[in-house]
Design a protein around this ligand. Structure first.
Ligand SMILES: C[S@@+](CC[C@H](N)C(=O)[O-])C[C@H]1O[C@@H](n2cnc3c(N)ncnc32)[C@H](O)[C@@H]1O
Length: 259
């Protein structure tokens, strides 16, 4: 009360009063941006971080990323699935600004510090955000995950032409080439790149060879919205049951297990 009266008085005679608490908080944020954080991944903090980088608008950023509640749903599934004493080797198709990628790397690093996520994305302009890889790398650094992510700038299969505008810098046939190097090595794969049903079915064909026995596939967007546009939900619903078992879905992400 007294502080408020003094501040008001100073302002009236021309002083600019800096709200100290807010100032310190802002300073703290800036320092965090420079130094990174020791805390684990936090969804809202990651969005705030990306907005501060001025990467793009909040709505498309949130709309095109796997929502927080689906990531928690996956954590609940994984917590009873993966042993806590072995590194997890994961494949992640489709980064955009890095929310699900960085969440996965952070989550698996908490299971074992040597866990690795191999990321595949051609770094297309998507939802108005160009060169999203720049933001992904900054988010990776912010959460100290530089040792836990391997970036492959390429299409999972052949180059795709669709809503996105390709800059022509990306490689192709990444899954096929990875099969030459690392067949049967992956514990889990996330599929959230190109959304055409035929393309995703083909990705699943390659992932079958890349996954270990019992390996998990997480498909994003197996919902009515994408079913109406590309038939993506059918890829999950009608998966080849000789290869994959349908585990569970929350209506957004669908989980498959390799037989
Ligand atoms: C929906 S966003 C991914 C969102 C991200 N998984 C998340 O939740 O934070 C789709 C991404 O897939 C990428 N993409 C599009 N076609 C692809 C392809 N053929 N192979 C790999 N990635 C692709 C786009 O560049 C875009 O970054």
């Amino acid at each position: 009360m007294i502080k408020e009266m003094i501040n008001n008085g100073l302002e009236r005679i021309g002083y600019k009063v800096i709200r100290l608490r807010k100032y310190l908080l802002d300073m703290g944020d800036h320092q965090l941006l420079r130094l990174g954080t020791r805390k684990g991944f936090d969804y809202e903090e990651a969005v705030k971080f990306l907005l501060r980088l001025d990467v793009g608008l909040e709505t498309p950023m949130r709309e095109a990323s796997i929502p927080e509640k689906s990531l928690h749903y996956l954590e609940r599934f994984f917590s009873s699935y993966f042993p806590s004493d072995k590194p997890i080797i994961a494949l992640h198709i489709g980064n955009f600004v890095g929310i699900s990628l960085v969440w996965a790397a952070d989550y698996f690093k908490r299971i074992h510090q040597d866990s690795l996520v191999v990321s595949i994305d051609p770094n297309l302009t998507h939802r108005g955000i160009s060169d999203p890889l720049k933001a992904v790398v900054k988010l990776t650094n912010y959460y100290h995950l530089q040792k836990n992510i391997l970036f492959l700038v390429g299409y999972s299969l052949e180059k795709t032409v669709g809503l996105d505008t390709g800059e022509g810098m990306a490689f192709e046939n990444t899954l096929e080439n990875l099969t030459l190097l690392s067949k049967g090595r992956y514990d889990v794969a996330f599929v959230d790149g190109h959304h055409q049903a035929a393309y995703v079915s083909k990705e699943l064909g390659h992932l079958f060879h890349l996954l270990k026995e019992g390996g998990i596939v997480v498909m994003d967007d197996v919902d009515e919205f994408w079913q109406a546009r590309t038939g993506l939900k059918d890829v999950y619903d009608k998966v080849d049951e000789e290869k994959f078992v349908k585990e569970q879905t929350d209506g957004r992400v669908g989980i498959l297990r390799k037989r």
